[in-house]
Ligand binder design. Structure first.
Ligand SMILES: [Fe+2]
Ligand SMILES: [Fe+2]
Ligand SMILES: [Fe+2]
Length: 498
């Protein structure tokens, strides 16, 4: 394909915009990916609303650049942990105006300036900078406002986990009519719900006129999902691309825990090496599920409250959860389901292990947690490098290769063959006598988790538990029901605290 001059121009422009975005990300680590996610999801939502291609391009650009003015606000304010003073707040409230000013120099950005200026207006007139009301606020700004808040709520912060999608939607609903456009927030909510039930049936691009001035909001990769995946896997195997890795603390903690002489102090020291995980572990210890009489502030205090073994599981869960973030809303919805499925599999695996008195119950928890690691990272990659039109195609193709890719990842991460086998074999239904017990337990836990409703798609519920396997593992069918129930209870209490 030969690039026409317009195309070339656009590529230069796209690069310029991406450079600007990277300036904000450099400034504030919590802004990392925020602009990109908001922009991508504004596009999905605007398409759903039937906007023209020109409008979609404008909202994409505005989504990327809306917070650029933040670069002028001192970091002590933007990254302050506690509440802001009035003066500081007034400072922050200047960012839409600063964004507008910075961007006003570029002729190609003229059209999006009103969207940028008004992205913090409230529908009831209580927003800033101009206190515009209702439909006086540009449509694009009203959309960004919703997508922006939704992204902030569903992203993790140091002191709190990400909010579940359902919870975030209910917050939007609560503020519909005051902060948000009530009609648009309803549309957004039904859009997200439609993704939950039929991830394959979206993205009608319609027949919109092409506009030479637009920049590309599609990511680079073309071709079928299968081709994209295969080429990615090949590149990963040969070290040409990287994937996120599990924080080191996960393996270190397993090492210290396998030594029976390990003291609480030693365990705390390992965890404290990872500041992010430490803060989150303390937050979990202070959450309603575990809350004791007083608020604790150190890892050393958290461990006895949580229990030494439980601490190991919680650290693994927190570390794993960070891998389940996705850019594109469609993948975000999928990843949330996959997280719940993995956590439920972990609880079920531990439940089985406890009943047949396997000594390494926390190892089984971890194995349950990572059995679908191939799926997690393939979804993550696809959500970042492609903009697929069919999610059904995505799910089917990922399903096909996730076991072998999961094995590849765990080997690269330095896990031994016991773990690798879990990723490779958990999907099987016939197991020879020589099959390792861990594989059987996790395979069964995977089925129990689906049976309890933690699945990616509806038809998974129908999967029946293999009686041979129950026999093989050595527990009774009654136990299976108990474990499913216990898993459900644990999921209700902890599904969203990590
Ligand atoms: Fe903003
Ligand atoms: Fe799987
Ligand atoms: Fe699974």
């Amino acid at each position: 394909m030969t690039a026409n001059p317009d195309q070339k121009n656009n590529n230069g422009f796209t690069e310029l915009v991406k450079t600007l975005v990277s300036v904000i990300e450099e400034k504030d680590p919590y802004m990392k990916g925020h602009a990109d996610r908001v922009a991508a999801n504004c596009v999905l939502f605007a398409r759903r609303l039937g906007f023209s291609k020109l409008e979609i391009n404008q909202i994409y650009l505005a989504g990327l650049l809306h917070d650029i003015g933040i670069v002028y606000i001192p970091s002590e304010i933007t990254q302050k942990a506690g509440p802001l003073t009035d003066d500081e707040m007034n400072m922050v409230k200047k960012h839409p105006l600063i964004s507008e000013k910075i961007l006003s120099k570029h002729s190609m950005l003229k059209a999006i300036l009103p969207i940028i200026r008004h992205h913090h207006e409230s529908f009831d007139g209580n927003g800033y900078p101009d206190g515009l009301k209702g439909e006086d606020i540009p449509m694009g700004a009203r959309i960004i406002s919703i997508v922006n808040s939704f992204d902030a709520m569903t992203s993790a912060r140091a002191h709190r986990p990400s909010m579940s999608i359902e919870h975030a939607l209910s917050e939007l609903e609560k503020n519909a009519g005051s902060q948000f456009d009530p009609v648009l927030s309803k549309d957004f909510s039904s859009f997200v719900h439609s993704l939950k039930t039929t991830p394959g049936e979206i993205d009608p691009e319609g027949n919109q006129e092409d506009n030479p001035d637009n920049i590309s909001y599609k990511s680079g990769e073309n071709g079928s999902i299968k081709d994209i995946l295969l080429s990615f896997v090949q590149k990963y195997k040969t070290g040409k691309v990287d994937l996120p890795v599990l924080p080191k603390v996960v393996q270190e903690i397993q090492k210290v825990m396998s030594d029976p002489t390990t003291t609480l102090n030693e365990l705390a020291k390992v965890i404290e090496k990872d500041a992010v995980i430490s803060v989150r572990l303390i937050a979990v210890a202070n959450s309603p599920m575990y809350r004791g009489t007083e608020k604790i502030i150190t890892v050393k205090q958290a461990i006895p409250r949580l229990g030494v073994k439980e601490t190991q599981s919680i650290v693994s869960a927190i570390a794993n959860k960070s891998l389940y973030q996705a850019r594109d809303l469609r993948f975000k919805v999928l990843m949330e389901k996959l997280w719940l499925h993995s956590l439920a599999t972990a609880y079920s695996a531990r439940g089985i292990a406890r009943r047949i008195s396997v000594s390494e119950t926390e190892t089984l928890f971890f194995m349950g947690l990572i059995h679908d690691i191939g799926k997690v990272l393939l979804f993550k990659v696809l959500g970042e490098i492609s903009s697929p039109t069919s999610m059904k195609e995505v799910i089917e193709n990922v399903q096909e290769i996730h076991t072998s890719f999961g094995g590849t990842i765990l080997r690269k991460w330095g896990f031994n063959e016991n773990y690798v086998r879990i990723a490779l074999l958990h999907q099987g239904s016939h197991f020879p006598n020589s099959t390792a017990k861990e594989v059987l337990i996790v395979t069964m836990a995977n089925a129990i988790s689906k049976k309890a409703g933690y699945t990616l798609h509806e038809r998974d519920h129908e999967e029946t538990l293999n009686m041979d396997m129950i026999h093989f593992v050595g527990i009774s069918p009654d136990h299976v029901d108990q474990i499913a129930e216990e898993t459900n209870t644990l999921m209700k209490e902890t599904g969203n605290i990590f």
